[in-house]
Write a new protein. Structure first.
Length: 368
């Protein structure tokens, strides 16, 4: 939808009703992912696409009907392998499309969402697809505020927590709840559409531990880059396909790379000539997590060098070293789980305590 938001924003600002069709689910092969959208606006102007095939004809009519009736609809389009090519589903399959009317009265937050996306400010839009909650109802969720409602306070609270989780990863997809937001129930289907790029994980030091951390980072939804100054180690074949591999001095690469409050920095170089100038750069820039591998002796030596480099106590307090949670990890894969656990725990305010020893709510409701 991001590509058509400028047009939608103009229609919305002019208070011109439009029908918005969004792909909320796909199975097997489909030319557009969940979140792809098509809209029908004033004068039957069409922007966007949901399939690239003749599904658009049916969706066009549904969008017109949504504007005329003021009601949202969820339609599924399925195709056999023989018919799929003609409608853009090259290997057959099925797409689920939610079609809803959009006006300032039906979606008071739409203008703010469009403005946030234009500014590059992350936001997740939750929309009811099916169930006892009002179909088409929306809840816009930012890191520190919400706008709208889905019809029941408990549902709003559960969806807000999950939307912030999706926002942290830039993820989009369907979630299922009970009528009051109960977990592990599927009475209400909600589509969470996150307008944010995946957060970055920067891994420095192309060692075996880095390969394991890179794999789990990609699994968690991060855009992973591995950087090392040694070309013999920094080779793409040593890392999974989604991972970017860069040959450069770590501190120089980081100095030329944008980071934000969602960025994860893992320093696994384990060599003062690499990690001290790198950490000097990392600890003075925005990041959600900065962890460095090494023994306690290595950590003490590293801190002394960083103090000599002029870092202040509050900057040094950001460093997580030795890296990871204490789970008894030994192998590179186990260490990667330990690091990932610390990253998740820090993001949501977890304690690392076994759940059997805790009481109260299991799922954290902290913000990104």
């Amino acid at each position: 939808m991001r590509d058509i938001l400028p047009a939608l924003g103009r229609w919305y600002a002019a208070r011109a009703p439009f029908g918005l069709a969004t792909v909320v689910s796909v199975s097997r092969s489909a030319p557009r992912d969940p979140g792809a959208a098509m809209a029908v606006g004033p004068g039957d102007e069409v922007v966007g696409s949901v399939s690239g095939g003749c599904v658009e004809g049916a969706v066009f009519e549904l969008a017109q009907q949504a504007v005329a009736t003021g009601e949202a609809r969820w339609e599924t389009f399925g195709f056999s392998d023989e018919d799929a090519f003609a409608v853009g589903l090259t290997c057959g399959g099925e797409i689920g499309v939610l079609v809803r009317p959009v006006t300032p009265e039906s979606d008071a937050a739409f203008g703010a969402v469009a403005a946030s996306v234009a500014r590059g400010e992350p936001v997740t839009v939750a929309t009811v697809v099916d169930g006892p909650a009002p179909r088409g109802a929306t809840l816009a969720v930012w890191a520190r505020k919400v706008s709208g409602a889905l019809g029941e306070p408990g549902l709003d609270a559960a969806v807000t927590a999950d939307a912030r989780g999706e926002l942290a990863l830039g993820a989009t997809g369907l979630r299922h709840y009970g009528p009051r937001g109960e977990r592990r129930e599927d009475a209400v289907t909600v589509f969470l559409h996150s307008f944010a790029p995946p957060p970055r994980m920067l891994v420095f030091g192309a060692i075996d531990y880095a390969a394991a951390v890179a794999r789990i980072g990609a699994f968690l939804g991060y855009r992973v880059t591995v950087c090392d100054a040694r070309p013999v180690f920094a080779t793409p074949k040593r890392f999974p396909d989604p991972v970017e591999v860069v040959v450069d001095w770590p501190h120089r690469y980081l100095a030329g790379t944008d980071t934000d409050e969602r960025t994860v920095i893992c320093v696994l170089t384990h060599d003062p000539k690499f990690d001290v100038p790198l950490l000097e750069e990392a600890l003075r820039r925005p990041a959600a997590y900065i962890g460095a591998m090494g023994s306690r002796r290595t950590h003490r030596d590293r801190l002394e060098r960083l103090v000599e480099a002029g870092l202040a106590p509050y900057e040094l307090s950001r460093l997580r070293s030795p890296v990871g949670l204490d789970i008894g990890a030994r192998t590179p894969e186990e260490v990667a789980v330990s690091v990932a656990a610390e990253i998740v725990s820090l993001r949501w305010g977890g304690t690392g305590t076994p759940l059997t020893e805790t009481a109260g709510a299991i799922h954290a409701t902290g913000s990104v």
